[in-house]
Design a protein around this ligand. Sequence first.
Ligand SMILES: [Fe+2]
Ligand SMILES: [Fe+2]
Length: 354
Amino acid sequence: MKIMCQFCKSVYNIRIESLPHRKIVTVRCKKCGNLIRFVHPLENGADAVSAPSNHRVSSVEKGPPQAAPRHDPAKVRALKQKIRMCLMGFIPPIAHVVAKAQMVMSDPDASLRDLVEVIETDQGITTYALRVANSAYYGLSGRVTSIRHASVLLGNKIMGEIIAMAGARGFLGKMLRGYGLESEVLWRHSLAVGIGCKMLATRKAPDLEQDAFAAGLLHDAGMIMLDPYIFEKKELFDEIMEDGTCTFLQAERITLGLDHCEVCAEMFAEWGLPKGLLKPVAHHHRPGASAGGLGYAVHIADIMARRCGYGAGVDDMLYQADKRAMAFFDLEEEALAGLCGEIRDSVKKIVMEM
Ligand SMILES: [Fe+2]
Ligand SMILES: [Fe+2]
């Protein structure tokens, strides 16, 4: 039988007898290294060549492979309220720090003193920010010993970025028992998306640069918020994810009647995070829905992060780039591979110091 890699279009001849006896088979493309997934031909007689594309479900262009049950709207509202009440009492440093960092970054005349004061009261954030400032990525390797010194050397923009990163790390670095993600997995994914987003903005849409890093960094914070509720229904959630054709987003909707994008945008609004972050977060898996350029950037950066090894779960290969988002940044599929390499190198430079 023949299989085709959806990324580099390489075609391989594979002997059916050599395939493992499971419904969804995964093999790695020898040319580009991406995973090719397809239905075992003896399981349902699917056409082998087209099987991979049938099972790369786009949350944008195709519906969920399993119809979402109708959830009682009153129950969904009640669940949202429960999440809201639970999180209202817990405003993580992320909200305070990111809001302040964005303010300083948006005003070229603003003094860094305010921002420095905010984080110097938190030892954990300060230590992490110093490590990041000294990482190979920012090029100050070992030369900076205080936040004030780093801010003089790096300036408002970069310092805002580092501080947003330091403020978000504790929140995003947790283990997600509901989704089955080890600690740091979501953090590294978030970092990769933040870097990818900034990269796209710098090259193609400088007017988006201001919010790009923070929007990418925080886009999946809703998964942290939903995780306890997914964990309560873990058996159902795992069953939905089992055959490998469903994304986390679809499984959230089937299990809870809501998803991490909408919950996150609503909580960010409650926490007073900058308004510019709300739409990109809310629409990062459905960028057509008036997400704007920044929504497109987060969407593409999310896909690039998944392709370069910093994914956010077992559903990594099920997402496809939205055509409008690709056109907005004037990108072709082939160009993504080069950007992925840069993202991978950048994340490595930051995390290797931690
Ligand atoms: Fe997401
Ligand atoms: Fe993501």
